[in-house]
Design a protein around this ligand. Structure first.
Ligand code: CMP
Length: 139
């Protein structure tokens, strides 16, 4: 199976509740390596640019307000089939639909405050990693 990299964000609802370590443990238990990680306060313009693909969606403005409401932890996860595997570990976007044992099932508060973001394709993963990290930061 191919070794891939994917971009993960631990969102403000999770950093506020001190869940970074518990979430990271789930990635590591499932075989994903955290090969880069930093805690950031996103600016409005960074969040708007990152989520530009959703700019015409009704939830866009609320999503941006939420993503800048506190610190986030951005990270690069590496492993076999990392993009798909991370989406399984996260669970469905809506926590009410997320399977037991997934991050969103255990920790998410709502579809907006859903604790984590993960790239949805290898192509988007590469673009999202480049958005936050230089190559020399991926160890
Ligand atoms: P994320 O994977 O970060 O990508 C876009 C985010 O928009 C998504 O997770 C959700 O947290 C948020 N969002 C808020 N409302 C909705 C909605 N109705 N449908 C999909 N995503 C939503």
């Amino acid at each position: 199976m191919p070794i891939e990299k994917t971009l993960s964000i631990i969102k403000p609802d999770a950093t506020k509740r001190n869940l970074t370590g518990l979430i990271n443990a789930k990635f590591e238990k499932s075989g994903l390596k955290i090969i880069a990680q930093k805690r950031l306060q996103l600016t409005r313009s960074m969040a708007e640019k990152f989520y530009e693909v959703h700019k015409d969606r009704p939830f866009y403005n609320d999503l941006i307000d939420f993503m800048i409401s506190g610190p986030v932890v951005v990270q690069v996860l590496q492993g076999e089939n990392a993009v798909k595997l991370n989406r399984i570990i996260m669970g469905a976007t809506n926590p009410e639909e997320a399977e037991e044992g997934t991050i969103r099932n255990e920790f998410a508060e709502s579809i907006e405050a859903n604790s984590v973001h993960g790239s949805d394709s290898l192509e988007n993963a590469n673009a999202e990693i480049t958005f936050f990290f230089a190559n020399i930061e991926l160890i």
